[in-house]
Ligand binder design. Structure first.
Ligand SMILES: [Fe+2]
Length: 467
């Protein structure tokens, strides 16, 4: 018999998991789904099946994928847990089974295991494979229409380390660029850099040393460079007994940006000093010669993690803002420029412009009210990065929006001509909708709201796969 869930802030409200898998044909739509919108939206996030037996963190829940299949104005839905080895073992036992990794008797190190993760952070389409990702593991493959778990991707076994949940697909080549951190064992300062060709085959997977062991969530590519920014959310196992976490933001270690020319060996990486701050997610980056621009959601320190003295960041320090960096590779100088002074996260773009000069960004934001229960965002905002103008849709008091995923109107349409898809949690009725916004007129509100009778719990990231 399954035990009740504890009263925990990250297991309440719309952070609470749902305890079923559903398949729903032809959802009720208010408004009109654009007829050209043909394909599938996938969203991934933590959804523990069983009540945790030890400490719980939002990042530690089992992955559940929600799929919305669009076809000529009709939308079908299904959700499935990802059958990771952990989830399968828990179903067999009928209880939560934390993954305990013991140190090696000879080295004292906890070896990395890239085939025993949660697959709960992102879901992408690459190499004709639907891949669920978490930053400690190899990609996990699902069937695109049924979400049936196919297991860890065969090609992923060739990777020298884990695959970030935020690989970048170069629209010019179809290549996927990714990286892993703490390669080999927990606390390692070794990073890996992966390139996967459009068919899904690993073409390079090299390792190199970072200045210190740290959590590294995202990175960027430009047409000519790959950048690995390392912020001082450092790892020290001795801290765990002192402040309850091996990770802490240690400002004394500084920020270091590894810059590699595309195609060059990792021995050519040049490390330059970066701004002291913390970034989970980048909106995009591009370069003109030796000038590189990187658009970030920048925090003063690492939100949700302690400082080295064990204290947690202030509310103000835990708000991310859209900031543009300009890196001059000739001088090694980095300059920051505020783009939008509004609490924001989950930046997305028209991904046909990944790695290139672009104009339009889309974020989840909180400009008119403080972030609500559990930190949710209530707005979807379009930022014109050239003019600085913003257009915002407010989902309503108490409601929460997901990351907005951009879908181009057609393969040949101009940048920003298309749609934004996001799930919205409606607090009053405790259900979720999928909204479709015109990306060029976000402030007009949804052109279609696709209604579910249940909640889609707050999750992380998602992608569109065109039919
Ligand atoms: Fe992320």
């Amino acid at each position: 018999m399954a035990a009740p869930f504890p009263n925990h802030p990250q297991l309440r409200g719309n952070y609470a998991p749902i305890n079923f898998e559903a398949q729903i044909q032809d959802l009720v739509v208010e408004g009109s789904v654009p007829s050209g919108l043909s394909g599938s939206l996938y969203r991934n996030g933590p959804n523990p099946k069983y009540a945790p037996t030890g400490p719980y963190h939002w990042f530690g829940g089992d992955g559940m994928v929600h799929a919305f299949h669009f076809n000529e104005g009709r939308v079908d839905y299904l959700n499935r847990w990802i059958r990771t080895p952990k989830h399968v073992a828990e179903l067999a036992e009928g209880r939560s089974m934390p993954r305990v990794r013991k140190p090696d008797a000879n080295t004292g190190k906890v070896a990395a295991d890239h085939q025993n993760g949660l697959a709960n952070t992102h879901i992408i389409w690459h190499g004709d494979q639907l891949l669920a990702l978490d930053e400690g593991s190899h990609p996990f493959e699902l069937a695109p229409m049924t979400l049936e778990s196919r297991g860890y991707s065969e090609q992923g076994r060739q990777l020298s380390g884990a695959m970030t949940a935020h690989p970048k697909i170069d629209p010019a080549t179809g290549e996927l660029h990714g990286f892993g951190y703490m390669t080999g064992y927990a606390g390692s300062s070794t990073l890996s850099y992966h390139v996967v060709d459009p068919s899904g085959s690993v073409v390079r997977s090299d390792t190199f040393e970072a200045p210190y062991p740290a959590m590294v969530h995202d990175f960027v590519i430009t047409n000519d460079y790959v950048l690995f920014p390392i912020f001082p959310l450092t790892f020290d196992m001795d801290r765990a007994s002192k402040i309850g976490s091996p990770f802490a933001f240690d400002a004394s270690q500084g920020t270091h940006i590894g810059v590699l020319e595309r195609g060059a060996p990792v021995s050519d990486i040049r490390w330059i000093e970066g701004p002291l701050c913390f970034v989970f997610h980048y909106q995009n980056a591009w370069n003109e010669g030796e000038h590189i621009w990187v658009d970030t959601i920048e925090f003063a320190v690492a939100p949700n993690f302690p400082l080295v003295d064990g204290t947690l960041p202030s509310y103000a320090d835990a708000q991310g803002k859209l900031v543009r960096w300009h890196i001059n590779m000739k001088t090694g100088e980095v300059r920051q420029e505020s783009v939008l002074d509004v609490a924001s996260e989950f930046p997305r773009i028209d991904e046909r412009f990944t790695a290139s000069r672009y104009r339009h960004g889309y974020i989840a934001a909180a400009s008119t009210r403080q972030r609500g229960d559990g930190g949710l965002f209530h707005e979807i905002t379009h930022v014109d990065m050239d003019s600085g103008k913003v257009k915002t849709w407010d989902a309503g008091v108490g409601n929460g929006v997901s990351e907005p995923v951009f879908v181009p109107e057609s393969a040949g349409s101009a940048e920003g001509e298309g749609w934004l898809l996001a799930t919205v949690y409606k607090q009053a009725t405790m259900n979720s909708e999928l909204v479709v916004l015109n990306a060029a007129a976000v402030d007009d509100g949804p052109v279609a709201s696709v209604r579910l009778d249940h909640r889609v719990p707050f999750g992380f990231h998602g992608s569109w796969r065109a039919n």
